[in-house]
Design a protein around this ligand. Structure first.
Ligand code: SF4
Length: 63
């Protein structure tokens, strides 16, 4: 399982961070960092909910 972000789409809106701040972090310039792009299987539902929360569909969960 891998999280990817399409940086052309990401607008730094922060929904993903509010859903899962252990995986997503925005800096002061609203630049997104994925803190861990290969989550443990046990975190799938948690990460998937955060990926789905992105209003501009910038996040993808592969695998
Ligand atoms: S919710 Fe989407 S647009 Fe907002 S910071 Fe996360 S990836 Fe970017």
């Amino acid at each position: 399982m891998r999280i990817t972000v399409d940086r052309d789409k990401c607008e730094g809106l922060g929904m993903c961070q509010s859903m899962a701040d252990d995986y997503f972090e925005l800096d002061d310039d609203d630049e997104l960092t994925i803190l861990d792009d290969t989550p443990a299987e046990a975190d799938r539902a948690h990460v998937f909910a955060a990926v789905q929360s992105c209003p501009v569909l910038a996040l993808t969960l592969e695998g």
